[in-house]
Design a protein around this ligand. Structure first.
Ligand SMILES: [Zn+2]
Ligand SMILES: [Zn+2]
Length: 125
């Protein structure tokens, strides 16, 4: 019922052939848009994102790197005596105790608010 009403409205507004031609072109373009891949990889955060959902706050990363706050782990021998054996980027402790990992760019903990917020930028191949 709703669909047939809509058709009637379009038919009524088609006052000339030119107008109908424009509408036809527009419909074709929409069909092309759907064929464009919806996913791109972001140059900034390396995440795959949906291009139709990209916006000025979609990409949230840090400009710097993460370092371990050794004072947060006073009883951890690896961190206290063998800091080179711990990679802050991949360390399992980061999941468990994000507060013990500090972003050098903004001094936020690993789970804190990202300091660089922007649009995703498609990676060039
Ligand atoms: Zn930061
Ligand atoms: Zn991104």
């Amino acid at each position: 019922m709703l669909v047939s009403q809509k058709h009637e409205i379009i038919a009524l507004s088609d006052s000339s052939d030119d107008e109908a031609q424009k509408k036809h072109t527009k419909r074709q373009k929409t069909a092309e848009d759907i064929q464009v891949p919806r996913f791109e990889k972001c140059e900034t955060c390396s995440k795959t994102y949906d291009i139709t959902l990209n916006n000025d706050e979609a990409c949230q990363t840090h400009e710097g790197w993460v370092e371990i706050d050794a004072e947060y782990f006073p009883d951890d021998d690896d961190i206290q005596y063998r800091p080179d054996s711990v990679n802050p980027e991949t360390d399992w402790r980061r999941e468990e105790w994000p507060e013990g990992f500090i972003w050098q760019c903004c001094e936020e903990p690993a789970n804190g608010t990202p300091c660089r917020i922007q649009r995703h930028i498609p990676k060039k191949c």
